[in-house]
Design a protein around this ligand. Structure first.
Ligand code: HEC
Length: 235
């Protein structure tokens, strides 16, 4: 995240207000070895992310799974559309199960869904040839295989998505309604210029076929209302 080296990251933690907490957990020598300290920072972040503090599972959807919340008719229809595996295919990638823990709304895979350029991205303003190739630039991928991975981004969870605007890796959409429009019409009709204009847009999305999802205004509203049941804090 815009830190040049591992040493820079470690120095920021060492100079932070929680430096003493880090030493309390990882020992007096916690900052002596950069590689070890960097690894332990990742361990600490992972522990936080796995804690109930950030995974309370207290949304309307979680209450619904436990039989303690009745969805409104619109939310119920949206849930049905979301799980449709012939037209919307949302849950093919944003996984839903029968328990809260199985319903993380991501299959943890990577896809190119034709996300358009965000012309307000500072990187693009500075250099209008800027392209974010996503997984295709990962140094975890062999160079020979990078081309096939261009434009792929990890499927994000949709839990608390109501609160996390703007949307997509580059924040190109301000609202959930625009995001649904992306899936409904834009990808199929190529009204947009995808950030990465290559041929590996996920087959599920019918890119360039001019056959959209055919959602009515009500369908789109229902999908958005369903996604809003994923906001924690209902109980
Ligand atoms: C082929 C897999 C796939 C399918 C099918 C799919 N998505 Fe996604 N979704 C993704 C990926 C990948 C991203 C992230 C793209 C990016 O960052 O550019 C995403 C992003 C989103 C976001 C933005 C989340 C955020 O925090 O930025 C929303 C909302 C969303 N999808 C809803 C839906 C809905 C509703 C459907 C069904 C109409 C759907 N998705 C179908 C893979 C999929």
């Amino acid at each position: 995240m815009n830190n040049a080296t591992e040493a820079d990251v470690v120095a920021k933690v060492q100079n932070s207000s929680y430096s003493a907490d880090f030493v309390a957990v990882f020992g007096a020598a916690a900052f002596n070895d950069i590689a070890m300290a960097y690894h332990n920072i990742a361990t600490a972040i992972a522990a936080f992310e796995a804690s109930s503090e950030v995974n309370p599972f207290t949304s309307k959807f979680d209450a619904f799974l436990m039989g303690q919340y009745t969805m409104t008719p619109s939310e119920q229809r949206g849930f049905g559309l979301f799980q449709d595996d012939e037209i919307t295919k949302c849950a093919n990638c944003h996984t839903v199960g029968s328990t809260s823990q199985e319903s993380l709304f991501t299959n943890f895979r990577y896809y190119n869904i034709g996300t358009p350029k965000n012309l307000q991205n500072p990187a693009y303003i500075a250099d209008n040839t800027f392209v974010d190739n996503g997984l295709g630039t990962s140094d975890e991928i062999a160079v020979a295989e990078q081309a096939a991975e261009q434009g792929k981004f990890k499927v994000p969870t949709l839990r608390n998505v109501e609160l996390t605007s703007p949307y997509m890796h580059n924040g190109v959409y301000a609202t959930l309604e625009e995001t649904v429009l992306h899936y409904d019409i834009q990808v199929a009709n190529l009204f947009i210029t995808p950030e990465v204009n290559n041929s590996n847009i996920a087959a599920e999305l019918n890119a360039g076929t001019f056959v959209g999802l055919g959602l009515s205004d009500q369908d789109s509203a229902d999908l958005v209302n369903f996604m809003k049941t994923l906001t924690d804090g209902h109980f």
